[in-house]
Write a protein that binds this ligand. Structure first.
Ligand SMILES: CC(C)(COP(=O)(O)OP(=O)(O)OC[C@H]1O[C@@H](n2cnc3c(N)ncnc32)[C@H](O)[C@@H]1OP(=O)(O)O)[C@@H](O)C(=O)NCCC(=O)NCCS
Length: 197
């Protein structure tokens, strides 16, 4: 999936230059430290808890199998964000990719999330995906604002879908983006390659 875009890339944000590069097994310890420093509530949108070494190792195995492409956002040698495009080419949804993303609380609100989401979106489009989804707990206002601004629209609400460490349940909202249709509309207006190329 990543061959269509080259890394590393440096992007200027309000918190300084951020390097984006693909995640690999060599990043395991740094990503574990990043995940363990996150509030556990911020991990509820993920199917599994990535602050568990076993879960992280399985994630890296999926990267190695090509089912997940993950980007890291690095500032001063430290992981401050990560994202993933998850797809299952053997399912009935080979054209769909799920985007997952989280940024360190210490650098939020300074453009890292926007830059990472745009890069992840571009990566998914370059891979030829036609529809993208993203999901989060309904109280993640930053995430909802960010993905709505990228053209995602709410498609579903899963009530009491996740249970946090204190036993409290939370609703999950699922957003979708029909990138193939947007691309076709733009091309009809004479804007070829306007989405993500
Ligand atoms: C979503 C998340 C990645 C955003 O990261 P970030 O670095 O704070 O994002 P940015 O600073 O680039 O802000 C992105 C946009 O969202 C908006 N935004 C950020 N936080 C917001 C908030 N609390 N309320 C409303 N809007 C907010 C900003 O206004 C910004 O828009 P702009 O670029 O037009 O100014 C981060 O909040 C996060 O990691 N959340 C927890 C994980 C999660 O729920 N992920 C969702 C699943 S993909």
């Amino acid at each position: 999936m990543s061959e269509a875009r080259s890394y590393p890339r440096i992007v200027a944000t309000d918190v300084g230059d951020i390097e984006f590069r693909l995640m690999s097994r060599a990043d395991e310890a740094a990503v574990l430290a990043f995940a363990r420093a996150l509030p556990s509530h911020d991990l509820l949108f993920l199917p599994r808890n990535i602050s568990e070494p076993k879960v992280l190792s399985a994630w890296i195995a999926e990267i190695e199998r090509g089912q997940i492409t993950s980007l890291l956002a690095i500032k001063g040698g430290e992981v401050v964000g990560c994202s993933a495009v998850v797809r299952d080419p053997h399912s009935w949804s080979p054209h769909v990719g799920e985007i997952r993303m989280v940024v360190s609380p210490g650098v939020r609100g300074q453009g890292v999330g926007r830059a990472l989401s745009q890069e992840t979106f571009a990566l998914a489009l370059a891979a030829g995906l036609e529809k993208l989804t993203v999901q989060m707990t309904v109280d993640q206002r930053g995430a909802i604002a960010l993905f709505e601004s990228l053209g995602f629209r709410a498609e579903g609400l899963l009530r009491d879908q996740v249970r946090d460490v204190d036993g409290k349940t939370h609703d999950i909202v699922v957003f979708g983006h029909d990138v193939a249709r947007v691309r076709a509309q733009l091309e009809a207006y004479g804007v070829p390659g306007a989405v993500g190329d």
